[in-house]
Design a protein around this ligand. Sequence first.
Ligand code: NDP
Length: 681
Amino acid sequence: MLDAIPTEPRRLESHVAGRWQAGTGEGQVVADAATGDPVARIDATGIDMGEMLRHGREVGGPALREMTTHQRAMMMKRIGLALMERKEELYAISTATGATRSDGWIDIEGGIGTMLSYASKGRRELPNAHVIPDGAPEILSRDGSFIGQHILMPLEGVAIHINAFNFPVWGMLEKLAPTWLAGMPAIVKPASQTAYLTEACVRLILETGELPEGALQLICGRTGDLLDRVACQDVVTFTGSAATARKLRNTPAIIENAVRFTAEADSLNACILGADATPDSPEFDLFVREVHREMTAKAGQKCTAIRRAILPRALVEPAIEALRARIEKTTIGHPGDAATRMGALASTDQVEEVRNAVEAIGAEARVAIAPGPVPEKGAFVSPCVLVCDEPLTAKAPHEIEAFGPVCTLMPYDTLEDAIAIANRGAGSLVASVFTDDTEVAKTLGRGIAKLHGRVLFGNRASAKTSTGHGSPLPQMVHGGPGRAGGGEELGGMRAVKHFMQRTALQGTPDQLTAIIGQWMPGASRRETDIHPFRKSLAELEIGDTIVTEARKVTLDDIEHFANFTGDTFYAHMDEDAAARNPFFEGRVAHGYLIVSFAAGLFVQPDEGPVLANYGVDSLRFMTPVNAGDSLRVQLTAKQINPRETDDYGEVRWDCTVLRDDAEVVAQYDVLTLVAKEPRDL
Ligand code: NDP
């Protein structure tokens, strides 16, 4: 009888210039983390990296830049929703990486959620445009004829994202989201160990048909000469070990062409328990729960996991007992089993690395909870807790990262010591502090912020609502100084700017208005016969202006407004008291009276394309208005933002209220919603 012929694992393919392509070499077999069975073969031999870069630069980039910011955000939303519908296909593959269902949730739904979050933030926080003004205009000459404005434009290269093995989906999507929103195409290179899950996700993304050609390419295997070919408009981001980060950062083409390179490397994150905690306080319990969760989620293979738990010396023994109780209840096993609470490491190589790291840390720390038995087959490791009794002088526990379910307890005697111990991580992604004393929070927060990308404070009040130590959020910075790589990912729109060039434009207001597509202070205003409120978005143009009639402010107006609204502040009511105020010579009109009169002056009351007023921005009262002054308003269309999914858009108006001597008394932006087309009334 013939022996069963072992089935050859599937060859992963790269996505190159619009086609799927397998490498021509032998490649490397990737094994299931839990069973050790082969899952895939990975190889990128023969793939033309130059072609990939050209395709991204010449096809993907122009197509993405043709779209506006909101069109790209909508594309990302549709992709995110489509992935969510097919998420079970990804979960089914995810167990082979050693991930339990809840580990997979962080990776898969966490990644999709990040994409959706950027899709929504992009539409709320960026104008629907090709050029994004950054900050306010700067008036660079006395007469306003020469001004400055910073703008952001997408880089015209390719963003190369080299990712770690621990989050094959999240790691890709959290970088693609800001990249695409900025308008850059990407080449993703996942870690070989778990690339089969990234490859599956890329297939799902491409199957949506939402992405323009060239916006996403994938390398399954080694990157060959890719990094030797990068040019000044490309960006390289890296997540993985500090050693590889250092090596890649020094690639000659990256240095010579000043290519933006951001690294997110391993860090020895800390969790600190405040000196106010006692073994029966909720904060002690929260601290123990968080340390245990960070050891066991993804089997401790998270860049944000707690490696050093810093606590008052008297609480070390109670903490060991509380952790032991939790660890004993943590079932380790196949990630697909419902009873399993902790799955496997990503590979047996990692098991070896974790064992070596524990041994090295053990030279300056004692083992308090030794690893228990684990399933024989697969990359399993049981949690291990060490105690470093002299954390102010020891080295290894602050320097060696055991990338698995391992944590070292570090006792402290004073808060200053706790700060010094945390900061010995020499730069970390995140630290958490559990305390119910705001003074302790203040001392620790101010003491450790400079060496941490994110600091989370927890106590009984936020126990149910806190997002937890280990979760990077799209709104908040992910990245850290020093040892953590010095990079900064996520953190809202700042992450998008990493893929854009910030340029200072200096010129006349008309020149800058033409370039940016937004009316700049001092630029020409166009008064037309038709009131701008009678124009739909299709008819309205930047610079369209109405200059109103004048209206005189009387003492009766001021008194009427005061009594009507209840705002009887002395400066509006009492001539002598107002004059004693350093800013006024006598009674003055209410600022809100000026704004209300302005609305009455510039309004066009008939039913028409203007649908609603939804607020004002940057309101400033520049100089007091007294009874007898006459006011008029200049209202100019400043920015037009059509909404992609509605039949209306936003118009931002520059509103300047002037006194009869031409002095500006109030300045603000008026925000309205306006129909895209003339309304059939
Ligand atoms: P590596 O730094 O070796 O790999 C990270 C990524 O870089 C992978 O995609 C890898 O690809 C790629 N890579 C490695 N060498 C090169 C190269 N010369 N040119 C281009 N790409 C390259 O990290 P590991 O994945 O092996 O993990 C090692 C350690 O890193 C862990 O034990 C842990 O300490 C730390 N780590 C930190 C993470 C974080 O988020 N900060 C996440 C994961 C790990 P390939 O897989 O094909 O080699």
